[in-house]
Design a protein around this ligand. Structure first.
Ligand SMILES: Nc1ncnc2c1ncn2[C@@H]1O[C@H](COP(=O)(O)OP(=O)(O)OP(=O)(O)O)[C@@H](O)[C@H]1O
Ligand SMILES: [Mg+2]
Length: 401
């Protein structure tokens, strides 16, 4: 080959810190040289390739992670992603540790403990294996929409300093049904080749298709392919599946996940914490935050985040508005899907009824001073209203502040 000395020098420079793409091109060159009968030149480039592999093996990160399940090549930003053969649409999205969320979603006590246990297990994978304990490699996160499932999985990967290969199964499936199994195959072989966490988001997409009578044969094949790949991957790397339609998942799929984490809509206390988190740097009196949390019963974390964004915008655009109840009404109108009819009726109805509702809910534990602050009335007016309602027998217990 002409100018081989220069090409060899180029390869040496490139292989000193090779990306996967560079390595692949050098491999191609070796094959091409062999094909032309240039055995000697091919061999000198092969030597460069194997020397680089040895160097990689000695690199600290490799040693640190080679013990556990994290064997495999390093995934870089230059790695070519698998694509759907017909449409060339990538089958996965890759996030690197620097791009992953630094804060976990807020969860109440027992969920937080469960998440911490999973993280401990995964972070001390080597120690468990040394003690001949087989750590779990698969985790299913399920719960209603917007409860922070995807965020949680991405955060977990960040804590493990692993890139995440995210497969939106709905994307894989909705391309061409005939090629779904092949796509799933490409996805798993990609995830198996690299050191990563495989995230199967919207996992129910496959199960949902089973309801389509026209697709029964195909879906059986797809589910079987998926099960086979999940089985073989369970010896390779971490996998997280996510669904918000757990009822639709095939029982055989459920069984494949050793850890099963349910993430429900946040409780009252959790809503208070989530609201506080998103309010920052704006701060509201505790009574206002509690009131918001109360009005948003049944909302997800994602809905609370949107609602707080509205509050903050409102605060910037209407700084003069001191009446929180009026602010809340405006927000309820602009965010009608996030506040129940019942609560909206209370908000826009007679003030006495709202007062009764607030005072009789023990979880709120409002003092009269706080109620006065919320209703934008003075404390004596609130006391009078409460007294008249007590006489009517509407409120039996009243807290004092
Ligand atoms: N518990 C929570 N604490 C803090 N933020 C939350 C919480 N739940 C949701 N969020 C916010 O909502 C955003 C969207 O949540 P995410 O996409 O993770 O929900 P999901 O459960 O995956 O929803 P879906 O089922 O619709 O995919 C998060 O990035 C986060 O900003
Ligand atoms: Mg999600």
């Amino acid at each position: 080959m002409e100018h081989f000395a220069i090409i060899q020098a180029l390869c040496r420079v490139a292989m000193s810190n090779p990306s996967e793409a560079v390595r692949r091109q050098v491999e191609r060159l070796v094959e091409a040289l062999k094909g032309e009968g240039n055995e000697k030149q091919a061999k000198s480039l092969s030597t460069l390739l194997s020397a680089s592999e040895k160097r990689q093996e000695m690199a600290p990160s490799r040693i640190r992670t080679s013990r556990a399940m994290l064997a495999g090549e390093e995934l870089t930003r230059n790695t070519a992603l698998p694509v759907d053969r017909e449409t060339s649409v990538p089958l996965v999205q890759v996030y690197f540790p620097d791009d992953l969320p630094k804060d976990a979603p807020y969860f109440e006590g027992h969920i937080r403990e469960a998440v911490t246990s999973v993280m401990e297990e995964w972070q001390h994978f080597d120690r468990l294996e040394e003690a001949s304990i087989k750590p779990a490699r698969t985790c299913l996160i399920y719960g209603p929409p917007g409860t922070g499932k995807t965020h949680l999985a991405l955060w977990m990967a960040g804590r493990l300093a692993l890139p995440v290969v995210v497969a939106r199964l709905d994307g894989l499936v909705s391309s061409f049904l005939g090629t779904t199994s092949r796509n799933i195959g490409s996805l798993f072989s990609f995830a198996g080749r690299y050191r990563c966490l495989l995230l199967l988001d919207e996992f129910d997409a496959i199960a949902k298709l089973r309801n389509d009578p026209q697709e029964v044969g195909e879906i059986k094949r797809v589910v079987n392919t998926l099960l086979q790949h999940l089985d073989s991957r369970s010896a390779e790397g971490f996998t997280i599946g996510i669904t918000n339609h757990d009822g639709l998942l095939d029982p055989a799929v459920w069984r494949r996940f050793e850890i099963q984490l349910q993430v429900p809509n946040p409780s009252f206390e959790a809503r208070v914490q989530i609201i506080q988190r998103y309010l920052d740097p704006l701060s509201l009196p505790d009574s206002h935050v509690k009131l918001l949390a109360w009005f948003t019963g049944g909302s997800s974390g994602a809905e609370l985040e949107s609602l707080v964004r509205l509050i903050k915008k409102n605060h910037v655009l209407r700084p003069a508005g001191k009446n929180f109840l009026e602010d809340l009404k405006l927000i309820a109108l602009m965010s009608s899907g996030r506040i129940t009819h019942f609560n909206r009726d209370l908000l826009f109805g007679e003030i006495k009824l709202l007062l009764i509702a607030l005072m009789s809910d023990t979880s709120l534990d409002f003092t009269q001073t706080e109620i006065a602050q919320i209703l934008n009335r003075d404390k004596s007016t609130v006391s009078r209203m409460l007294a008249s309602n007590s006489q009517d027998g509407a409120i039996s217990e009243v807290s004092h502040g």
